[in-house]
Design a protein around this ligand. Sequence first.
Ligand code: SIN
Length: 271
Amino acid sequence: MNYQYIRVEPLTPTIGATIHGVDLSRPLDDETFDEIHQAWMEHLVVFFRDQELTPEQHLEFGRRFGPLHIHPAAPYVHDNPELMQIHTDRHSQRNNGAGWHSDVSADEEPPLGSILHLHQVPAKGGDTLFANMYAAYDALSGPMQAWLAGLNAVHRADYAGLYGDHKPQRAFPQSTHPVIRAHPVTAKKALYVNSGFTRRIEGLTAAESRGLLQFLFEHIRNPAFQCRFQWRQNSIAMWDNRCTQHLAVWDYFPDTRSGIRVTVKGDRPFC
Ligand code: SIN
């Protein structure tokens, strides 16, 4: 793909690219926005450096991709639940997103994408890993792909106790989604189960479901499907939840890592 308005630097051949030449604090013309969207669809997760965005500018950028999603339970900042807080410091008991997941896949219409802006980063560590779920699907054998294509899985969120005494925004969601989903923009097929939210495969015995999910969760951990992003202050990562999973590494205790995530609403997954 040739880009005229931005420069795109892939991080790996499989997933991830840094976009250069844009200032997201300024209104984006349609041509630049379209190229950012194309690069995102091509590389699944895109990164921007040195973006001094206000929360309002961050919200405005997110809204270019669609209406914004509100997390069921996470704390937020500036009195706006569209501004999800991502924060870990010396008092934290856990970090957000420590296991492989696709954001809030337990929602009936899970978010299509998430845009994380980090304002403060640890001196070392605090990387985020991203994995390509098209590649995970493609690496399965034909018979396995055919079998999974007919299966649905139950996704359930349980945030009880995870956010201290912060009152949840809404009831914890539960939904059933196809194990293989077709991406509404690229039409490519992606594996859509994750260890954060997927609890069981419908129609299988408990033992069969456990065994299959264990195999798939292990399968997606293949480093060949992944990239690893090293944050700097004012970096942004924007990932497509329909075809990726991610994991945030907490290897920097007692340092602080802090920022805001704006999340874009998505559609009901289909196969
Ligand atoms: C998340 O949104 O899952 C957290 C990602 C991160 O902190 O890198």
